[in-house]
Every structure is written in C-alpha cells, then in structure tokens.
Design a protein around this ligand. Structure first.
Ligand code: BDP
Length: 706
C-alpha cells in the first residue's frame, strides 16, 4: 500500500509546486504581499545582506512602534527571502536624518559582516525606514541601492474617511466602513491594524474617522471611547485620529440654544469638549470642518465668517496641540455668482485672520473632484494662511469602483501647477508644503477609497490610488511612472511581462476617462446624485448642480465663459496665469471649455473644428479602454486567476460604459452643433431618448438613496 501511496503523494506535491508560483490571491495583502522571491541569485544576495538589522533611534529603546517595525521586517523578510532576520535596537547618532518622520537606511558590509542600520529621529522614522527597506526588496532594488536618506516635506499626511456612524460610506465604493463601531471599544477588528500597517507603509500619519457631513454623536462620551480604541490600534503605526466637528454640536448634544462662535457659552462648550476628548485620546489630532456648504451648519448661520468659526474651534484644541482643518469647499445656491468663484470670494479676504493652528483645506480644483479641473485659485492667493490640499482617492466622478482610473497623473498635474505663472518655484506642491510662504503647519488629505471589501478598495487596481496618494503625500516630487512601477511590482509581480502592460494601462487611464467623460475642459456632465453615468441634459435641480450650468452648450458653441466677458473667474488667478487661461489662443486645450465658450467651428491646434475634435476625444477614450482588454487578456496565466477574472469583467463593463458616455454626450451635444460625427467616430447604438431614459438605482456611495 505504502509503495502505491508514495508516488501519488509525490505527484500531488509536484502538481502543487507547479502552480505555487501563482498563488490564489484575494487582494487583502495589498502591496505588502511578501511572497517568496523567485530569482534565487537575487534572493541570496538580499539574504546575506539583511540578516541583521538595527532599528536605531536617539533613545535606543524599544517601543510599540519599534515592535511594529520589527514585526514587519520579520514577517516580510521571512516571506520574501525565507530568512528570520535578527532585528535589534540601537542608538542612533543625533539627527541621523531630517525632520520628525525621516529615516536613513545604511547597508553596511565590513570584513564579511553585514548589517543594516535603519535610523530615525523618532521611532516612527525607523518604522518608515523598515517599510522602505521592504519596498526596496519587493521591487528588486540592488542591495547597494537600498541605502537612502529620506524625509517627507509635508508634516500631516492624512486620510479622510467619509464614513458614517451607521457604517455607510459617502462616496464609498468598496463596501461598508472599516470601523466596527458597534463592537467598539470592546473589540477592535484586526483589519484596523492592517489598515494602519498599510497606511503607515506609505508614511500616512493621520486618519479623519468620520464623514465631513458630520454627526455630532461621535463627540459624545461613549463614542469617544470607541474612537480611543481605534486610536490605540493606530498609535504604534504613527497614525493619529481626527474627527469631523459638526458646527451645531453645542445645540445637538450640548443642550445650548445657539452655536454662534462668538457666544462665550458656545466657545466654552467646545473648550470643555476638547478637554474631554484629550483626556480620552491624548494624541488626538484635531477637527476637520465642513461649514456652510451643502446644507451643513456653520458660522454664517449667525452672521459670522469662516475665521470666526475656525478660530473658536482652534482656541479649544490649541492648549492640547490640536489643529483645525477648515474646508474651503463652500458654495451657496442663493449666491448668484459662478459657483467656482465662491470659495475664493469667501476666503481670500480672510487671509491672515486665522489662528496659527488653522489650516484651510482646499480641494484640488475649484469645482468638485472632476476628472480634470484647473488648480484651485486659492492656492497662491492666501500667503498668510497654511493651505492644505484635499484630493479624492475615491473615484466619485471617475467611474467609482468600476472604472480603472489611476489618479497619480491627475495629482501630479495639480501639484506641479505654477500658482504664480512666473516659473519661480511657486508650484501648488510648494504652497502646500509650506515652503513658498514659510508655514510650519502643512497638511495633505486624501478622501479614502477603502471599505470592508476583502481587497479594501473594491476594484483590484484601485488600491493603486491609495498607494499613489500616500507616496505623493510623502514626496510630492515622485513621478507617476515610479509610483505605478512600484505598485505593480509589489501588488502583482516583478515579471516584465506583467509590469509593462499594467503600468501602461494605469498611466493612460486617467486621460482615457477624461476623454470619454469630460474632454477639453468640460465638467460635471454626470447624472444626478450618484455621478456614475452621463447626464449632460439634466436641468431639473438647483442651478449649480445641473450639468447644463457647466457646459452651456447652445447653437453658437459650448463651454463656460469665465473670462472678463463672462464670470471672470480667471481674475482669481495670479495675472500671468489669468492671462494664459483667459486667452483662447493660450489657454491649454485640455481646459478650453472650462474657461471659454467656443464656437463649434473654432479651429483647434490639430486644424480640426472644435466639434470634430470633441467627437474624436470621446472616441479615443473608448478605443483606449478597448485596447486594455487585449493587454489584460495577455496576462492570463501570468497572474492569479482571481484578480485576472475580476479585472477582466470590470474592463468589459468600463468599455461598455465608455461607449455609453460617448454616445449619450455626443448625441446630446449634436442637438446644438447640428453637425455630423466625423470619420473615425462610431455611430451611436441608440437614440438620445434611450440614454436619457436610463435610470440607475441604489448606486453605491450615493448614501442609500434610490
Ligand atoms: C461632493 C460629494 C458630497 C460631499 C461633498 C464634500 O458629492 O457627497 O459631501 O463633495 O466634499 O463631491 O463635502
């Protein structure tokens, strides 16, 4: 019998090892997969060099953060290399690197002795350095290139979670909230620790736990204890928690009659509340506030301004070292001015009137996270106030959890925008990191795309956006190409047959989405409320939520005149920028219809008419997505079946959706342009009425609305 069984067993073993190179994958491990490296030569080189690691800090002592770093190195290197490194603590020389969060990695080999020293000014630096070392190994950096010194330029690198206390996530496309509120504080879901690991691996050091459309309940005692439990899970990973503050909380949970920021009883209430919070969560980061926008309460309800509101909260948290991130995403349908001008109109006059622990948090563009917008004119307009950038990692307007849209190129475009137009180093990135106007408080925030889906972000490729946000928050000079390269290697494989096509898809994807949704500077053509499909014809809501408000298509042309003959929004930019945007001849074509109302026959740089060019952009978007289906099909067998199949299905849907966008928008705009589709543009499958009749119900992220 035994003689018979042995070969069967061996056969099985052989069969298993044949497929072991491609393991089943559910995406849970994100970019921290730590699977055994397949190149044996490289693996032994790493194994020789990385057997002894010293985590060095000025104190040289152990801590929960050092333990987290050790755990990660041991788990990571065991998986990648099959070794158990000896990880010890040691004393770092004073100032081994710059700043609070920086690190230095030194790979030393002397007389046959190998040692790696990862040093930080604080424990968290050693943690960041450990993740950087692992990233180097995962992406196949040569041993000598693992040594580096690195420090972030932006002090607070924060994820904003638009999570409601009932578990639903506003604009969340990956399931429910990660925070298991009802079980807390007694039980902290282990996912919370893994969330902290993933975030810390990128250098993220803050998390706003709650939706900007805030619920005052989270500021009550029992909920603060839940918050404290999460803070405890995140603390070893250097992540502080922040909460959104509902401006009317003194009325709703405090029993006061008013929330007027100049009323001493209100200020006193917030002071006591802050004291209570800091007793429960001693390293609480501070408040994020959405006020007087989209129905949220705020200081203007009492005839006060944003500075009055922000300063009152700032005074409450200041004794504890807290900050207030006050959002500039404010607009009011009763104000007749162009919606995109309103934030600047409200905030610019308040420059210099905020407390030092207030930062004004501004979305990248002046409208609302569209596939392409110019940079927000407040960047560069408030030199006396620290300004935070708010990016949206969740793809509210870029295909939600269904479409591939790698956002690093969009964020690069924004961060590189020259606020003064003088080329003198006043990029948005340098305004945000504080270097242009010499601010020490610097913040960058990303609206998270995480949720309870097993793979965290819903689409197997959209964790690339979480990754990209974190990497850019740490170093706003990294290229999109580098980010994509790292992410693909860590998330899928170092096999060039895998890396090249996925990278190419990622890097082309944002522009493809712009092409099939809102090319040439168009914006907000999305259907009502869920923002998923096209609805350029929609004209039945408050004016500033209607797509017709934004595209202004008419018989004479299309686009929003924001020059001096129109809303004059260009005047909010520095003169050199305003001149460039304000002149049809110099305005970048990819923003043309954002700033100008242009005749259908306007000659574009290509020599084509605007109408033809517009049509060809829509077609190009469809063609690009179609092309990805072929690139992806070629990956079969090179990556795991699970993610292969999931992405394959989503790409088919994206291609269908891209055609839907193209056909719906072109048919609708054609009712004004009265011109035929140019050669090369496919005929629509249905008539306009068909597209106008499409109704989607219960789209994720729309807040449970039908
Ligand atoms: C818009 C979203 C809305 C948010 C709002 C905000 O549609 O759900 O509450 O932004 O940022 O993009 O406050």
């Amino acid at each position: 019998m035994k003689i018979h069984r042995l070969p069967v067993f061996l056969l099985l073993l052989l069969a298993v090892s044949a497929v072991a190179a491609i393991r089943a994958e559910d995406g849970y491990r994100l970019w921290m997969r730590y699977d055994r490296m397949t190149d044996d030569v490289q693996r032994s080189a790493y194994a020789r060099a990385l057997g002894h690691i010293v985590l060095a800090t000025p104190a040289g002592t152990d801590s929960a953060t050092i333990a987290a770093a050790r755990d990660e190195l041991v788990t990571g290197l065991a998986g990648l290399l099959g070794i158990t490194p000896d990880v010890t603590t040691g004393r770092a020389p004073a100032e081994p690197c710059a700043g609070d969060d920086g690190y230095s990695i030194k790979v030393v080999s002397e007389g046959g002795r190998h040692q790696v020293i990862i040093a930080g000014n604080r424990d968290v630096g050693a943690l960041y350095g450990s993740f950087a070392l692992l990233r180097g190994v995962q992406t196949g950096k040569p041993v000598a290139a693992l040594s580096e010194t690195c420090a972030p330029r932006i002090g607070r690198r924060i994820l904003d979670h638009w999570d409601n206390l009932n578990g639903l996530i506003e604009r969340g496309y990956a399931g429910f909230s990660l925070w298991n509120w009802f079980d807390l504080p007694d039980y902290v879901d282990p996912r919370c620790r893994d969330y902290a690991r993933a975030a810390a691996s990128l250098g993220i050091n803050g998390a706003v736990l709650t939706n900007v459309n805030a619920d005052a309940l989270v500021l009550t005692g029992p909920w603060l204890r839940k918050v404290a439990a999460l803070a405890g899970a995140f603390r070893p990973y250097g992540i502080r928690v922040y909460l959104t503050a509902r401006f009317s909380a003194p009325i709703e949970i405090g029993g006061l009659k008013t929330a007027d920021p100049l009323d001493p009883a209100v200020a006193g209430w917030w002071k006591d509340k802050a004291d209570e919070i800091y007793t429960i969560v001693p390293d609480f980061g501070g408040f994020l506030v959405k006020a007087n926008s989209e129905g949220q309460p705020g200081p203007q309800d009492y005839g006060r301004n944003h500075a009055d509101g922000a300063n009152m909260l700032a005074d409450a948290v200041a004794p504890h070292g807290g900050i207030v991130m006050w959002r500039a995403f404010v607009y009011d349908q009763h104000v007749p001015d162009d919606r995109i001008k309103q934030a600047w109109n409200d905030f610019k006059p308040l420059d210099g009137r905020f407390r030092p622990n207030v930062v004004i948090q501004i979305k990248n563009g002046p409208l609302d996270f569209q596939p392409r917008e110019p940079f927000h004119p407040l960047f560069g307009s408030m030199p006396r106030t620290p300004l935070a950038a708010e990016l949206q990692i969740a793809q509210e307007y870029l295909g939600s959890g269904i479409h591939l849209a790698f956002l690093a190129p969009m964020w690069r475009e924004f961060l590189d925008s020259d606020t003064s137009g003088s080329g003198s180093g006043s990029s948005v990135a340098r305004v945000v990191d504080g270097s242009v106007d010499h601010h020490s408080l610097s913040v960058i925030a990303g609206v998270a795309n995480t949720g309870s889906d097993r793979d965290w972000c819903g689409h197997p490729l959209s964790a690339a956006n979480w990754y990209a946000f974190g990497r850019l928050a740490w170093d706003h000079e990294i290229s999109s190409e580098q980010i994509a390269n790292e992410w693909v290697r860590m998330t899928f494989s170092n096999d060039p047959r895998v890396v090249a096509p996925i990278k190419a898809m990622l890097l082309a994807s944002r522009e493809a989405v712009v092409d099939y949704m809102t090319p040439l500077g168009l914006a907000h053509l999305m259907a009502t409320d869920h923002h998923y499909g096209p609805g350029p014809w929609v004209d039945n809501m408050r004016a500033d939520w209607n797509p017709v408000y934004y595209h202004r298509a008419a018989l004479d042309g299309i686009g929003f005149d924001r020059t001096s003959t129109g809303s004059d929004a260009v005047a909010q930019y520095a003169p050199a920028v305003a001149n460039r945007f304000g002149d049809v001849a110099t305005c970048p074509e990819n923003l043309l219809l954002w700033f100008h109302h242009v005749p259908w026959d306007h000659r574009m740089q290509s020599g084509r008419t605007l109408w033809d060019e517009l049509c060809l952009h829509y077609q190009r978007g469809v063609d690009t997505v179609h092309g990805w289906q072929g690139s992806w099909a070629a990956l079969k067998g090179l990556i795991d079946e699970e993610r292969f199949g999931h992405v394959e299905a989503l790409l088919a849907r994206q291609e269908r959706d891209a055609r839907w966008w193209r056909d719906a928008c072109l048919l609708y705009f054609q009712t004004f342009s009265k011109r035929p589709l140019p050669a090369g543009v496919e005929a629509p499958e249905h008539d306009l009425a068909f597209y106008e009749g499409i109704q989607l119900n219960y789209v994720p992220g729309a807040g449970g609305k039908k």
